[in-house]
Design a protein around this ligand. Structure first.
Ligand code: ADP
Length: 258
């Protein structure tokens, strides 16, 4: 004879279990909805450039327009193909992050060498908009981080700082050490981010100006990738911004060691 006895500690245990299952179901529904929304955004984002490409290619084929117009249409086609390329690159990044199949290879980075290189890479974009780029850092700073990822994080934020600022304005990068942390501050005097948009700004495909954004050529994925890369380092990113005043993104790397 075999008997199993389940001792119930309190009458409410089943109730508790039911509650947990309910919470789990809600979470799963939320995730499902989020995934569906993400897939809908991807297909929309991929379809829009394709619509342009197809439309202008059709005109070129069927109407044989004059040289001047041909050039205009071909330029649009190339721009949209570049856009698709960027989008696919960013989506691939996110897919790698989601699958946890990307590795963070931390090594000791000499920040003075590293930051000079960042400055050099941004010079053409800064010059093109007649802007000033101020880089300030303490000497002899080292950081344990993945140099490729750190570069990706900083270039993404600095590209945005340039992109969303007026010609002739200032972009600054400050790096300093506190007791147990290294701080990066990326600052611009650009158009800023409205208060109502700030809570969502790191979400995938989120943009402040949905329609006007196309001309600036972003994918709306940059900040979500930045946030994932920052978190993968165990670091934090925060945003301070005022519309028409500018934005400050701060990244804090805690415990500066392997
Ligand atoms: P995008 O490819 O559109 O630049 P991001 O994910 O990098 O995508 O940024 C999301 C949105 O956040 C941008 O579309 C823009 O509206 C806003 N944004 C990001 N950085 C800045 C900044 N430095 N100043 C003003 N707005 C910004």
């Amino acid at each position: 004879n075999f008997a199993v006895t389940i001792t119930r500690k309190s009458d409410d245990e089943l109730g508790e279990l039911a509650k947990s299952i309910e919470t789990l179901a809600t979470d799963l529904n939320y995730l499902k909805r989020e995934r569906n929304e993400f897939l809908a955004s991807i297909s929309h984002e991929l379809r829009t450039p394709l619509t342009y490409i197809k439309g202008y290619a059709d005109i070129l084929l069927k109407r044989n327009p004059p040289q001047e117009e041909r050039e205009k249409y071909l330029t649009i086609i190339v721009t949209e193909i570049n856009r698709l390329n960027l989008l696919i690159k960013d989506l691939f990044e996110l897919a790698k992050i989601d699958k946890n199949s990307f590795v963070i290879n931390k090594e000791k980075i000499d920040l003075s060498i590293f930051l000079k290189e960042i400055e050099r890479k941004l010079t053409p974009a800064i010059n093109e908009k007649n802007m000033n780029f101020n880089v300030h850092f303490q000497n002899n700073l080292n950081l344990f981080a993945d140099p490729i990822r750190l570069e990706q994080i900083l270039l993404n934020l600095l590209d945005n700082a340039i992109k969303y600022s007026k010609t002739g304005s200032l972009v600054a990068l400050d790096v300093w050490k506190e007791k147990k942390s290294i701080h990066f501050l990326i600052k611009d005097n650009g158009k800023g981010i409205p208060e109502k948009d700030i809570p969502y700004i790191f979400n995938r495909f989120y943009r402040v100006e949905k329609s006007r954004k196309r001309s600036l050529g972003g994918t709306g994925l940059g900040l979500s990738i930045v946030q994932e890369l920052v978190h993968a380092h165990g670091a934090e990113i925060t945003l301070n911004s005022k519309e028409q005043m500018g934005s400050e993104f701060e990244i804090i790397f805690k415990e500066n060691e392997k």
